[in-house]
Design a protein around this ligand. Sequence first.
Ligand code: MN
Length: 263
Amino acid sequence: MRILVSNDDGILAQGIRTLANTLHRAGHTVTVVCPDRERSATGHALTMHKPLRAEAVENLFEPGLAAWAINGTPSDSVKLGLDALLGERPDLVVSGINCGANLGSDVLYSGTVSAAMEGTIEGLPSIAVSLASRSRCDFQPAADFLVRFVRALEVQPLPEAFLLNVNVPALPESEILGARVCRLGMRRYRDQFVKRVDPRGVNYYWLAGEVIESEEAPDSDVVAVGEGCIAITPLKYDLTYEPGIGLLGARQWEKIFGPLAGG
Ligand code: MN
């Protein structure tokens, strides 16, 4: 397969190196297009008010693997890759392997997920991969799983393009209990901002916080990873809340706004 690989941890991150090299060794044609530095938690931001530069990267990846570092965001990278840098349209976009989980509401902030979502927006099947640990960073088990997963999708392609958000527990391969199809759970954080005083006596705030346990549906991605399973969550960019349409539709909006067009 022709695979566009991106991330949000930047070109120097071990996660993208392990991912791209492992896919390359498995026989895929891999092109890396990703930010030139860490751009975690930049969501789906695009660079619009300055030019983008693409620097060809030599010697960071295995020979035969093309790589570009972009002075922009994860979304910029995939957009630019698809539109300008890759000679041919890839079969698949893979983003990661992120250092740290992207579960539940994390996906809204995640550059890793946004890079993959850019592929989905362009009609390509896309995978975001994250390792659920910030300290223990052996990316190889997650990369090996991904090779098997990509092979399975190659043999039996999905009937439509959507995003597969994959979170791998940070365990040795022998201790991972399998993979589970999930829905997004909830990730809530306590003490989000630490307030301190700078050397000039002025307050500053630093986003921190730790995850707090919340009620989780048994099929949530948070639960799966907590139990030692790989979580595979299908995502689409349509954020429409279906029950909301009925809840709003039941109200008499014409009394507030006058007759609605088409209504
Ligand atoms: Mn990241």
